[in-house]
Design a protein. Structure first.
Length: 362
């Protein structure tokens, strides 16, 4: 007579099969989301290419009126901009596959060197602003949810509205007037002082991230100088996002606070602080993380105004400069890089969401 398997062995076998299905579903989800990056970037590259040429070739747009017609035609022919647009498009795609984004028209530099040189400044600013947004937005959002419809909640909601409704350039100018002009306690522009710039020239392999480079130097004075210059830009850009985080965290935590399983835990005598930190917080993370990914993309857009306001020489500052000079080749490269970053960030957000809640994989 055949042995009948006991209940524990059957349960273990079912759990093992369930884990295997979840694992395969998770990796299938990651692969699909990653492959979606390719058509997204392709569409964005195509749109940027044709939109940039809607007003004519880049050389005429950048140098027209400043060169004799014969010299202008010579440069257009040398750059290949007198060829059919579709031929230029496929040549550009071929260059992208080899990492060639062309050369800037105003200063004849490789666009890739512009991206690597100034990209670090923008990433550093976005990272510091994200820290500000998280440190301000999440605790205040949770606090507002805990004290719903009370004085503290109302005050935090007003603060959140002021944060995300105030234009970032106006907030930056206000900070400069208060902390740089009125009280003279923080620098008003730049990434560091001239003395610190000279110290960075000593580095054999600088990263472009001034905080990391200051740590490489081992000079506390340089590090303090870099951080002082970063405070106002990071606050201006970070508070804009913090306002969104406050409203988002408050709304989602309140909705999970009223769910049946939280009420059941409350009936068992679980404290409100534990309900907030353990029971209501994790389910509220899914929409929060999703919007955080979009806000990081918005930070890169806001960096254009922030960097221009504080003369923070990153991609946003250079994008503004090249737009003024109508250097479409440089603008095109910067926009494409930002598009790639946004696509990758959205992919990472999807993966984190899937790790937190397996239901989003299907």
């Amino acid at each position: 007579m055949a042995d009948v398997p006991d209940g524990s062995a059957v349960r273990q076998k079912e759990e093992k099969g369930k884990r295997r299905r979840l694992s395969s579903g998770f990796f299938r989800f990651i692969i699909v989301r990653f492959l979606l990056i390719i058509p997204t970037i392709f569409i964005l590259v195509t749109l940027v290419f044709f939109v940039m040429r809607a007003t004519g070739d880049p050389i005429s747009a950048a140098l027209g009126g400043r060169l004799p017609p014969a010299e202008l035609r010579k440069r257009i022919h040398a750059a290949g901009y007198d060829r059919p647009l579709i031929v230029q498009y496929f040549d550009y795609l071929g260059g992208l596959l080899h990492g060639d984004l062309g050369r800037t028209l105003t200063d004849n530099q490789p666009v890739t060197s512009i991206l690597t040189h100034y990209g670090a400044a923008t990433f550093e600013l976005a990272f510091l602003a994200l820290i500000v947004a998280l440190l301000v937005g999440i605790p205040l959002g949770k606090l507002a949810a805990r004290h719903r419809d009370r004085v503290g909640d109302a005050a935090i909601r007003v603060f959140a509205i002021l944060c995300y409704a105030t234009p970032v350039f106006f907030l930056g100018l206000l900070f400069k007037l208060i902390f740089s002009v009125k009280f003279d306690i923080l620098p008003s522009s730049g990434r560091c002082s001239l003395a610190s710039e000279m110290q960075f020239d000593r580095l054999v392999s600088p990263t472009g991230f001034y905080i990391i480079d200051a740590l490489q130097l081992g000079d506390a004075g340089v590090l303090a100088d870099v951080l002082e210059h970063a405070i106002l830009p990071a606050l201006a850009l970070g508070l804009l996002t913090a306002g969104v985080f406050i409203r988002l965290v408050r709304t989602n935590v309140i909705s999970t606070f009223n769910s049946p399983y939280v009420e059941a835990a409350r009936s068992r005598g679980v404290s409100e602080s534990r309900l907030l930190s353990k029971h209501a917080w994790k389910p509220a993370l899914i929409p929060i993380i999703t919007v955080m990914g979009m806000q990081i993309a918005m930070m890169l857009a806001g960096a254009v105004l922030t960097e221009t306001t504080f003369e923070w020489k990153g991609l946003g500052f250079m994008l503004s400069t090249y737009l003024k000079s109508r250097d479409f080749v440089a603008v095109q490269g910067i926009v494409i890089l930002i598009a790639i970053i946004v696509s990758v960030v959205n992919f990472i957000v999807d993966v984190i969401s899937a790790l937190i809640d397996p239901r989003v994989r299907y």
